[in-house]
Design a protein around this ligand. Structure first.
Ligand code: SAM
Length: 338
C-alpha cells in the first residue's frame, strides 16, 4: 500500500472497499486553483472520495465546506441529477462558494452549524442522504489569514469565532469566565498538564488589565508553560489556544450532536466520513462507531484511522495530523433510528 505507515494499514477484512478500487493507486490530486486562492488544500482527497463512494445520482452533504476543496471533488463525480448540500458556519466560506459554484445547479449552500443537520434536512425537504462528510476544525485561511485571532502566530484581537455573528468571543472567555470554568477548559479542552498554574497566571494578569490580543495571551503563556524536550516543536500557547477555540465555537458539543443525528440523515448502507485533527475528536468518533450502542447503528469500516500518505504530506503539511474514520450505517438499524 504505497508508503502508508505499517501500523496504520487498514485491517484486511475491511480494506477491500477502498484498496481494491483502482483509483486508489492514482497520485494525490494537486489542490486546484480555487483551493490555492483560498489558501487551503483538502486533506485525504482520494481517500475521501473513495470512502464516500460517490454515485453520479447520489445526494451528499459536505458538513464543513471551507474552501470547497472536498465539495468540488464530490461534484466532479456527480452527474446532472446528483446533489451536494454544502454547509459552513463561516460566511466567508459561503461567499467563496458563491464564486466557484455559482453556475452549478447541483450545489446547495447553507450557512449553519452542522449540529442542526436534522433541521436543515427538514427545511430543504431532504430525505436521508447517500453520504456525509465532516472535515473538522479550521481551514488554513481561518487560522492564518482571517484576522480573527485564531493563531498565536499573529497579533490580533482575541476573537476566534468561526461564525462572526455568534456571541461568545475568546476575549470574553479569557477575561470574564470565572476561574473554575477557565480551569476546566484548560484541563479538559486544552489538556494542559498544569491547568491550575496556567489559570492562576491568566486570572492574576487580567486582574491588572484585560488581556486584549493573541500576542498578550501568547506572551503570558510562554512565561508559565514549559514544554519538556519531547514537545520542543509545540509552541507553549498552542494547546490553550486550541482549548479556547473549541470552547468559543462549541466544537466538541457540535460533534457530539452530529454523531447522534447523523444516522437519521443517512440511507442504510451509506457512509459518514469524519476527518479530525485532534486526538479527543478522533476518540469521540471512534467511540460513536464502536461503543455497544454505536455497534447497533454503525459498521466501523476501519479499525485504525486512515492517515495521509507521505506523498500527500509532502505537498500539504496539514495532512500529517489528519485521521479519517468511516462509519457505515447498518442496514438493520433503519427502524431503530426513525
Ligand atoms: C477544515 S475546514 C474544511 C475544509 C474543506 N473540507 C475544504 O476542502 O476546503 C473546516 C470548516 O468547517 C467549518 N466548521 C467547523 N465547525 C463547524 C460547524 N459546527 N458547523 C458548520 N461549519 C463548521 C469551519 O468554519 C471551516 O470552514
Amino acid at each position: 500500500m504505497l508508503d502508508r505507515p505499517k501500523s496504520l494499514k487498514p485491517k484486511p477484512k475491511t480494506q477491500s472497499a477502498i484498496i481494491d478500487d483502482p483509483d486508489f493507486l492514482l497520485v494525490t490530486p494537486e489542490p486546484d486553483e480555487w483551493s490555492r486562492q483560498f489558501c487551503h488544500s483538502p486533506v485525504l482527497p482520494r481517500e475521501t472520495l473513495l470512502a464516500l463512494q460517490v454515485k453520479p445520482d447520489g445526494r451528499y452533504v459536505d458538513l464543513t465546506l471551507g474552501s470547497g476543496g472536498h465539495s468540488r471533488l464530490i461534484l466532479s463525480r456527480l452527474g446532472p441529477k446528483g446533489r451536494l448540500l454544502a454547509i459552513d458556519k463561516d460566511p466567508e466560506a459561503l461567499a467563496f462558494a458563491a464564486l466557484w459554484g455559482k453556475n452549478d445547479p447541483r450545489l446547495i449552500l447553507k450557512r449553519a452549524s452542522f449540529d442542526k443537520i436534522d433541521e436543515i434536512f427538514k427545511e430543504l425537504k431532504w430525505k436521508p442522504a447517500d453520504g456525509l462528510l465532516a472535515d473538522l476544525g479550521l481551514s488554513s485561511r481561518q487560522l492564518l489569514g482571517s484576522g480573527r485571532g485564531f493563531s498565536w502566530q499573529k497579533n490580533e484581537p482575541l476573537d476566534m469565532r468561526m461564525d462572526p455573528d455568534s456571541e461568545l468571543t475568546a476575549f470574553e472567555v479569557v477575561n470574564s469566565w470565572p476561574a473554575e470554568k477557565l480551569l476546566e477548559l484548560i484541563r479538559d479542552k486544552a489538556e494542559e498538564r498544569s491547568p491550575y498554574r496556567i489559570t492562576k497566571t491568566i486570572v492574576a494578569a487580567r486582574e491588572k488589565k484585560p488581556i486584549e490580543t493573541t500576542g498578550d495571551l501568547s506572551e503570558l503563556l510562554k512565561r508559565v508553560i514549559r514544554r519538556s524536550s519531547g514537545h520542543q516543536a509545540l509552541n507553549p500557547a498552542t494547546k490553550v489556544f486550541m482549548g479556547i477555540r473549541l470552547a468559543v465555537n462549541l466544537e466538541m458539543e457540535a460533534l457530539t450532536t452530529l454523531l447522534k443525528k447523523a444516522p437519521a440523515c443517512l440511507k442504510p448502507g451509506a457512509n459518514l466520513v469524519v476527518i479530525s485533527f485532534q486526538s479527543h475528536e478522533d476518540r469521540q468518533v471512534k467511540r460513536a462507531f464502536t461503543s455497544v450502542e454505536g455497534k447497533k447503528i454503525w459498521d466501523n469500516l476501519f479499525k485504525k484511522p486512515i492517515t495521509a500518505l507521505r506523498s500527500e504530506i509532502e505537498i500539504n503539511r496539514r495532512a500529517r495530523s489528519a485521521k479519517m474514520r468511516v462509519g457505515r450505517r447498518k442496514i438493520s438499524s433503519e427502524k431503530a433510528n426513525k
